[in-house]
Design a protein around this ligand. Structure first.
Ligand SMILES: [Zn+2]
Length: 430
């Protein structure tokens, strides 16, 4: 028997682009979603579905609220949860002063599990149903996040950080252990239930040539795993890359050289690229994660969405907590809007939502499974409710279209406005 949900539904069928192409989205003001065995069976206007619906199917009444696909965070560090909002540094100093000390605590499996539980519940409370997650160098921290996601029935991708230079000894692995530990974790977790593995060199500066080569070897041996790393976030970092890899044409060229540029490669930031880099990313099928709160907080730069999209690169939105300052993808969308506005680019509400749903799913190569309400997609969705705060409730009464409503929710909304989160058609209760 299917599960049935009634409310207002909005989802993307394609990229609405900078001009908010109305044909790229579908809005059903009074709709019914049917799910069966955790996947979408049908979404249609209530008037079309109700007459044929068996009387013994109970319809969950969510009228007055907006139901959208579960949000996808394309780059986040669960090990940096406790240093979110730490004052005053740019990337390289921030890592040394805050991130590395925090990550050392994840040698303790119990600490890792307790943070993983809090982190995933926080994601789900914010309406994020899937994430691509950096763990730490310790394999037990990867076990912790996967076990916690598996218990919740979440679709989640994560991986062990590879890092053997320019980091504290306590956080350093080496090329051999990086390969062996990653391989064991892939065998243990990749493709199990809804989990996927990402080969995760921290960034090119913190890996020896041997370790980058080992990561590339894994990437070739396990072509359906993801590759997850940082790219061209900060100018000082880019300058150091040029010194460490003097033969390279660019930062991206280092990853290309070591076989880390392919389908299912996800590069966080992509701020300091040129046209040749963008062409190469597109040609290889690599994707980018747009991390606006982090880029502003660490003073890293402004993401050029128009150039990336025009080059044909798939882009997903990301919080990058703890360099990012909010777990909320709604807040992240609002900062993305501002980052683009500063560059004379626009971000309509429908496209902001696209970057956190279907666009993110495409960037991760998961759009056959996730991202909208098309038949057969996994039924992860969230219920947005403007009435959860005085100001959003007041603003919602003034809107004349669903685009205006979503835009206001993006700017005024946060975890309070996510009334419920559903995983595979079941309401999640933490
Ligand atoms: Zn990051």
């Amino acid at each position: 028997m299917p599960n049935a949900f009634r409310g207002s539904f909005f989802h993307c069928l394609a990229d609405p682009g900078e001009h908010a192409d109305a044909a790229a989205v579908e809005y059903i003001e009074d709709g019914i979603l049917l799910t069966r065995n955790g996947v979408v069976e049908k979404l249609a206007p209530a008037n079309d579905i109700l007459p044929g619906l068996s009387a013994d199917i109970e319809v969950e009444d969510l009228r007055g609220k907006l139901i959208v696909p579960g949000l996808i965070d394309c780059h986040v560090h669960f090990s940096q949860l406790d240093i979110i909002a730490s004052y005053g540094e740019q990337l390289l100093d921030w890592l040394n002063r805050y991130a590395y000390p925090a990550e050392q605590k994840f040698a303790d499996a119990e600490h890792a599990r307790s943070v993983a539980d809090f982190f995933l519940d926080e994601l789900l409370r914010n309406g994020t149903t899937t994430a691509l997650v950096f763990a730490t160098v310790f394999p037990q921290s990867v076990d912790a996040i996967f076990a916690a996601a598996q218990e919740r029935g979440m679709r989640l991708i994560a991986g062990k950080v590879l890092m053997d230079r320019m980091c504290p000894d306590e956080l350093s692995d080496d090329a051999e252990s990086a390969y062996a530990d990653s391989r064991a974790l892939i065998e243990r977790w990749h493709g199990k239930d809804r989990l996927g593995y990402a080969i995760t060199p921290r960034f090119a500066l913190t890996s020896s040539d041997d370790q980058l080569a080992a990561a590339g070897k894994l990437a070739a041996e396990y072509p359906d795993t993801w590759i997850h790393t940082h790219l061209a976030e900060n100018q000082e970092e880019v300058d150091q890359i040029a010194r460490q890899f003097p033969w390279s044409r660019s930062y991206l060229d280092v990853y290309e050289h070591f076989g880390l540029l392919r389908d299912r490669s996800m590069f966080a930031h992509c701020l300091h690229l040129d046209a040749t880099d963008r062409e190469l990313m597109a040609a290889r099928g690599a994707a980018g994660a747009f991390c606006p709160t982090s880029n502003l907080f660490l003073g890293s730069g402004l993401f050029d969405l128009r150039s990336m999209s025009e080059a044909g690169i798939e882009i997903g939105l990301a919080t990058d907590v703890g360099g990012g300052t909010s777990m909320s993808m709604l807040r992240t969308m609002s900062e993305a809007y501002k980052v683009l506005h500063l560059q004379g680019q626009s971000l309509p509400a429908s496209r902001a939502l696209y970057l956190a749903t279907l666009g993110a799913a495409r960037a991760l190569g998961l759009d056959a499974d996730l991202g909208n309400f098309e038949v057969g997609r996994e039924a992860d969705f969230i219920v947005l409710d403007s009435s959860r705060s005085r100001i959003a409730a007041r603003r919602a009464q003034m809107v004349s279209s669903v685009d205006e409503l979503i835009f206001a929710l993006i700017f005024l909304g946060d975890d309070r406005h996510v009334a419920a989160t559903y995983l595979q058609g079941k309401r999640y209760e933490s």
